[in-house]
Design a protein around this ligand. Structure first.
Ligand code: PMP
Length: 314
């Protein structure tokens, strides 16, 4: 755990996972002044540990901190903190075939406030936990439902950063979707209720006639996913045309394939339901041709089988 009143975020050292005390008036509890990051450490076949795009996560935390009026660790401090935490927990990183170490950096306004002002004190901490693969046995396509009433983000809101409050605001949609048998929710833009944005925790892509499209980020309502960036880069290297643009929900019903990206995983979409319409992309099998190809390329990078910029080996 590393906590600080000033900008020196590396003074807390390593501690056992333990309870953290909060002042009831802590800004994060009352006004949601907090940013999370999520990343993974993979064990390569030779036993070394691979981290994916560490600096980008540090940069994204800084962008979020600025939006929420918080000082943030520098990218170097972020990288150093994550590396030290992972190395201290090396024995908990499972083999790649079994899972990964989930790494959760958290930056919170932990000081007390009685009205809406930034906290006088901030805490940056990183906790880790081993996790099994989300899906046993390779690709597991998911079923999405398009949300018609709840919006994840609005123009001018905090949708483009990993503000903790973004997630509380969509719990209702997520809970209702799961209760109705769906895997996740796909959100529409709040102005036209027509353009697709992202799911609760992943970016979305569709493939039509071998052209890959994904919603553009310029409205500031979509999280710039680090997996999204990597997949765009990989797809272009593989020779695909990738378009970042407005994508209407009607296009979902014409697409050949749809897939999601998040937390370093590419997940094919089996079906999408919107009101009384449903489209299925895969009757059987693990994913469309393009989804499978990009998934394989991403996995090879994570196994350390393919060199790719932005990976760090410990
Ligand atoms: N959108 C949202 C809302 C998310 O929470 C995540 C997961 N971090 C993503 C997209 C995917 O981002 P990344 O690829 O950086 O994990």
């Amino acid at each position: 755990m590393k906590s600080s009143k000033d900008a020196n975020f590396l003074d807390g050292g390593l501690q056992r996972f333990e309870k953290i005390e909060f002042n009831p008036a802590a800004c994060v509890l009352n006004y949601g002044q907090g940013i999370i990051e999520e990343l993974k450490a993979y064990k390569k076949p030779d036993g070394s540990i691979l981290l994916f795009h560490l600096e980008e996560h540090g940069l994204r935390m800084r962008t979020g901190a600025e939006r929420l009026c918080m000082p943030a660790p520098t990218v170097e401090q972020f990288v150093e903190g994550v590396k030290a935490t992972v190395l201290a927990n090396r024995r908990w990183v499972p083999p790649r075939s079994k899972g990964f170490l989930h790494i959760r950096p958290l930056l919170i306004g932990n000081g007390p406030v009685l009205s809406l002002t930034p906290a006088p004190e901030f805490t940056f901490l990183i906790y880790v936990s081993p996790m099994g693969n989300y899906f046993e046995g390779g690709l597991q396509p998911i079923n999405l439902v398009v949300e018609n009433e709840i919006h994840r983000a609005v123009r001018g809101g905090a949708g483009s950063v990993k503000a903790i409050g973004n997630y509380g605001a969509i719990l209702k949609a997520q809970v209702d979707a799961k209760a109705n048998g769906f895997s996740d929710v796909l959100y529409l833009d709040s102005v036209h209720n027509r353009y697709i944005e992202e799911t609760s925790t992943a970016n979305i892509f569709l493939v039509k006639d071998n052209v890959i499209s994904t919603p553009a980020l310029h409205e500031g309502t979509i999280l710039p996913g680090i997996t999204r960036n990597s997949v765009i880069e990989i797809a272009r290297i593989e020779g695909y045309q990738v378009e970042e643009r407005l994508v209407s929900f009607e296009e979902l019903f014409e697409a050949d394939e749809v897939f999601c990206t998040g937390n370093a995983v590419l997940t094919p979409v089996r079906s999408i339901t919107y009101l009384d319409k449903r489209v299925s992309y895969l009757e059987t099998g693990p994913g469309g041709v393009v989804s499978q190809e990009l998934h394989r390329a991403l996995s090879n990078i994570q196994m350390g089988l393919t060199e790719f910029g932005g990976t760090v080996t410990l």
